[in-house]
Write a protein that binds this ligand. Structure first.
Ligand code: APR
Length: 250
């Protein structure tokens, strides 16, 4: 079985989803906060709001812990019934839930990418917390904010270059090797368990179609109908934390 997850699997861990009631994009418009040019404009025009967005996101991710759905998927992989997980999420809850074979299509908040040599470096939770402590309660203008971010974001361990979180913003390409490997898994899986995604962001949203085309059994868990509901053999309109452990025999 291959598992394909979106923000909904982390909702019960306290990380808001992007869309729907209380979603991140309701409070922070995606064209500004989901794209690099948009973030640049927010930095220029409303630096304090950019700081609030960064602090709120870091606090939310650091507070979150794996919920029963993440743990059941990790356990099912250990037992051999789950072969791999393809996720659109940038949090660390699948890893902390025990998952090992993980394809992160939209990158990873806990990895830094060097702007000079394109190298990757781990951005562990304690480093994120240390930066959050420095940014929280700050009241800044844009130059002070830029200087502070340049100063406190860790440098590349290989070339000392400046770094950025290794996450995919709208308009950026997905990591090619990760996407290709995920598509290969989708094309050969016997069953696909889809958990907590609205299925509206491409090319990630093509994963279930690829599995369905190759004859896999499709099971969806979501608390609302989605474009995947009509291609699913079984669709459970339930919360992930409640039904995923049962489905995986935990
Ligand atoms: N259990 C199951 N499903 C849930 C739960 C829950 N407890 N809570 C919410 N959901 C469902 C919602 O009904 C919705 O269909 O999870 C889905 C979350 O959808 P989105 O917020 O659109 O998140 P996602 O599908 O992961 O978005 C894909 O869009 O903004 C970009 O890069 C971002 O990776 C993200 C991508």
């Amino acid at each position: 079985m291959l598992v394909f997850t979106g923000a909904g699997i982390s909702a019960e861990s306290g990380i808001p989803t992007f869309r729907g009631q209380g979603g991140i994009w309701e409070k922070y418009e995606p064209e500004s906060f989901g794209t690099l040019p948009g973030l640049g404009m927010v930095w220029l025009t409303q630096p304090q709001r950019l700081l609030e967005f960064i602090v709120e996101a870091m606090q939310t991710f650091l507070r979150a812990a794996p919920n029963p759905a993440h743990l059941a998927i990790g356990e099912a992989e250990r037992k051999g019934s789950v072969r791999a997980i393809v996720t659109q999420n940038i949090d660390d809850l699948h890893e902390r839930g025990g998952s090992r074979t993980l394809y992160k299509l939209h990158g990873d908040l806990y990895t830094l990418r060097c702007l000079r040599c394109d190298g990757r470096a781990k951005f562990d939770r304690s480093s994120v917390q240390a930066i959050l402590n420095q940014l929280d309660q700050m009241r800044v203008g844009r130059l002070a904010l830029l200087r502070k971010l340049w100063e406190i974001l860790p440098r590349c361990p290989s070339c000392e270059g400046h770094t950025r979180p290794d996450v995919v913003f709208f308009g950026e390409s997905l990591p090619e090797t990760v996407l290709a490997a995920a598509q290969e898994e989708a094309a050969k899986c016997d069953a696909l368990l889809i958990v907590g995604t609205s299925g509206v962001v491409y090319p990630a949203a093509l994963i279930p179609q690829m599995a369905a085309r190759s004859g896999a059994l499709i099971v969806e868990v979501n608390n609302e109908e989605t474009p995947y509901t009509q291609i699913s053999n079984y669709s459970f309109l339930r919360k992930a934390g409640e039904i995923v452990p049962k489905l995986l025999g935990m």
